[in-house]
Structures are given as structure tokens and as C-alpha cells.
Design a protein around this ligand. Structure first.
Ligand SMILES: Cc1ncc(COP(=O)(O)O)c(C=O)c1O
Length: 410
């Protein structure tokens, strides 16, 4: 290929042929159902795809006044560059918020990021190397797989179900392959919505300590626990140097703000700040100032309590609809946290194929295949209840159930 390419300095040879750059970009895979889901996205579609918060919960008036106050009183700072680590008063406010979750931190141990997603990318860049093992739950949050894949690690996939993590296999693979990092979503695991129980969480931390492995705890859903609430792993004694925690306001306030944070030992934060600077210099000053103003004037905890009650009702509504409409061979568990229900269909149902028919009936969902780092089964689907009213959940599940009853042989 190299010999047929034009020299960079030679402009007389015309544009780069598509056949050349096609080779260079094949390692980035576009999810197979993305185009279909994008085409299907319209107001009439009852969409259980995506993990979107409910629009009704956005505190619009409070955010509006935080914006006004920011521009009236802090325009020079909010419209200016800031430090890569983040806006200092916001870092202090995040420390206070973390203290409420049992996590002891200082502003120096916090890096403000563009959402928890950027935390995954930055940590991948810092800790992962091509061919080196990364322990990861299977299934797991798809854009985490995408972020880590950029560094070409070797995924050690550890089964996670609604019952918890396959700790026996993790233990064995950690002892054999020595991954530096285990990416785990203990609370509100995406896609199962499960919470790892206390025994598993303390055994996992003990394993990390014994085997000198870091845990990357994704806490995007930590504050949305519908039944009995547990504290994040980062709050456990002994977690300080073994757990990196990712937080975010996306699920509890607004994903449009794009504000998340990393809590980690100070020397890790200092390195991540350098990588963050290379990526985007800093998180948008304006958004950080607005969040800071919002937190000063409002009780985020009270808002979170409203969110929990709201999503609990939608979860219950979806479970009731599933029980009433889905064939008996289909399995799911009631999620204790998160935005969705993880559904297992009998083999050989292919949820990617089924999606085309579902879209024709006005329903969208996420096929389960991309949630697996490898050995991808085809018979799972993720149904998000967060962004649809109870009426639409009931109607959507009824239509999907009718479709499944036709497709699945009894
Ligand atoms: C488990 C998990 N982690 C991280 C994220 C990313 O969140 P953010 O909007 O803060 O980047 C999501 C979003 O859906 C998620 O489900």
C-alpha cells in the first residue's frame, strides 16, 4: 500500500484514494445496528434503546438561574480557559458530595472530566498497553469496551449476571495473567442493573490488594439505587490506593452538562491531567461554573431522591408489563439500579434480526451482542425504561411481547 500512496509533500498527485485510507480505519468498528437505530429515532418510536435520563427530571429553572448567575457574576472565569484538573471550587464541592457517599478525597485527588466516559478514555491511555491483559465484566457498558479497545488490550472477560460476578474465574485469571486493571460497575451494572452484594465487593477488594491490581469502579449509577442502598467500593477501608472511582452528573442531573470526575491517588491524578490536557485541555469552563453555581444554591441530594422515586416507578411498570406480555421462556431480573432491564431470549433467537421487525412495529431496543467483549451471544436485549412514560412502556412491551410470541417457537 505504501508504495502507491502519494508523498505528503507532493500536491500534484491529487487526492488520497479511498482505497488507501480504508485500510487505516478498519480497526474502528461501527456498531451494526447504529444506522438502523438512528433512522428509527423519531417521536412516534417507543424507544427502549439508549440510556437516556427522563427529560421531565431536568431541573430547568434551577439550571437557568445557575447560568444567569454565572454570566452575571463570573463571566470572565466562565468564558476563559481554566486548569486541566478542573475548576477549583467545583473540585472542592465534588469532595463534599463524595464524602456523602463515604469516599474520603481532597481536591488534589479529583480530576474533572467531560463525563465519566472521558475518565474511561484517559485511564485507558494511562494504564493499558497493546496485548496486555485488562480484566472486564462480560457483559458490560459498550462505550467502555470501545474506549479500551483503542489501546488494543487483551480482554479477560469475567461473567457478570444479575446474581453478581464470577469471582472464582476472576481470581484464577488474575493469578495466571496478572491484569493491572479490572473495570467493574458494582452498582447499577450496565446492562443488568444489578448491585454486587457486600461479600462480593469486599472479596473483590481483597483480591485487588493481594494481587496488586487496580479496580476501576464506574459509579455512573451509584446514586440511583431503587431499593436498599449500598456504598461504593471506593468507600471501603483499604480502597484508597486500589480503587479509582468515576463519578458523573449525567444520570442524576443532566448528561448535556458533560461533567464527570475521577477520584484517584494524587500521583495518578497528576498524570491523568497531562493526558487530559493532550486530549482537550480541560472540561468546558462554562459548564463547570454552572454546575458549581447549581450545587451552591440547590440540594442535589433532594433532587436525587426525586429521581429515584421517579425511575423506580418506571422500572416497576416495565417489570409488570414484561410479566404480563413476554413468553414464558424469556428471562429477566428486576434491576436494583440503573436505567434498564436485561432480557435473555431462548436460543437461537437473534435480537439484531428481531430489531428490524420491532422497528416496523414502532419499537426500538439495544441488541445485547455489543455488550460482550468477546464470545458474543445473540439472544440478549437491553430495554431501557428511563426515558419513556409508563403508558408508553406498557404499550411498547405489549407490542414487543406479541412479536416475540410469533418468533419464539414454544
Ligand atoms: C456504566 C456507565 N458508565 C459511564 C457512562 C458515561 O456517562 P457520562 O455521560 O458521564 O459520560 C454511562 C452512560 O450511559 C454508563 O452507563
Amino acid at each position: 500500500v505504501a508504495t502507491t500512496l502519494p508523498e505528503a509533500s507532493d500536491s500534484s498527485r491529487g487526492p488520497l484514494p479511498q482505497t488507501a485510507y480504508k485500510h487505516w480505519i478498519t480497526h474502528v468498528q461501527t456498531p451494526r445496528t447504529e444506522a438502523l437505530l438512528k433512522r428509527a429515532a423519531n417521536e412516534d418510536m417507543i424507544s427502549f434503546a439508549g440510556g437516556l435520563p427522563a427529560d421531565e427530571l431536568f431541573p430547568k429553572a434551577e439550571i437557568e438561574s445557575a447560568f444567569q448567575e454565572t454570566i452575571a457574576e463570573h463571566a470572565s472565569g466562565a468564558l476563559q480557559y481554566n486548569w486541566a484538573e478542573g475548576y477549583a471550587p467545583l473540585r472542592a464541592q465534588i469532595c463534599d458530595f463524595m464524602r456523602g457517599r463515604g469516599i474520603v478525597s481532597t481536591p488534589e485527588t479529583i480530576l474533572i472530566t467531560h463525563g465519566a466516559q472521558q475518565g474511561l478514555d484517559l485511564i485507558g491511555k494511562l494504564l493499558l498497553r497493546q496485548g496486555e491483559p485488562l480484566a472486564i465484566e462480560s457483559p458490560t457498558y459498550v462505550p467502555a469496551i470501545q474506549a479500551f479497545e483503542m489501546q488494543r488490550p487483551k480482554f479477560c472477560a469475567i461473567t457478570r449476571t444479575s446474581q453478581g460476578l464470577d469471582l472464582g474465574t476472576l481470581r484464577e485469571r488474575v493469578r495466571r495473567e496478572h491484569p493491572k486493571l479490572f473495570y467493574v460497575v458494582p452498582i447499577g451494572h450496565n446492562p443488568t442493573g444489578s448491585i454486587m452484594d457486600e461479600t462480593q465487593r469486599s472479596e473483590l477488594l481483597a483480591l485487588a490488594q493481594q494481587e496488586k491490581m487496580l479496580l476501576l469502579e464506574d459509579g455512573a449509577y451509584t446514586d440511583l439505587q431503587f431499593d436498599a442502598a449500598v456504598q461504593p467500593m471506593k468507600s471501603l477501608s483499604g480502597a484508597e490506593s486500589h480503587v479509582i472511582f468515576l463519578g458523573s452528573v449525567s444520570k442524576i442531573l443532566s448528561p448535556g452538562l458533560r461533567v464527570g470526575w475521577i477520584v484517584a491517588p494524587e500521583e495518578i491524578i497528576r498524570k491523568l491531567a497531562v493526558i487530559k490536557q493532550a486530549a482537550d485541555l480541560q472540561t468546558a469552563s462554562l459548564n463547570q461554573f454552572v454546575l458549581s453555581a447549581y450545587l451552591q444554591k440547590n440540594s442535589l441530594s433532594e433532587h436525587i431522591a426525586r429521581c429515584i422515586a421517579f425511575y423506580r416507578e418506571r422500572r416497576d411498570c416495565m417489570i409488570t408489563a414484561l410479566e404480563a406480555n413476554f413468553p414464558a421462556q424469556v428471562q429477566w431480573a428486576r434491576p436494583a439500579s440503573g436505567f434498564s432491564v436485561w432480557v435473555q431470549l431462548p436460543q437461537p433467537t437473534c435480537t439484531e434480526d428481531l430489531l428490524k421487525a420491532a422497528v416496523q412495529h414502532g419499537i426500538a431496543y439495544e441488541p445485547g451482542l455489543p455488550f460482550f467483549p468477546h464470545d458474543k451471544p445473540r439472544n440478549f436485549m437491553r430495554l431501557s425504561f428511563s426515558n419513556q412514560s409508563c403508558e408508553r412502556i406498557t404499550e411498547g412491551v405489549r407490542r414487543l411481547g406479541a412479536l416475540l410470541t410469533k418468533q419464539i417457537p414454544c
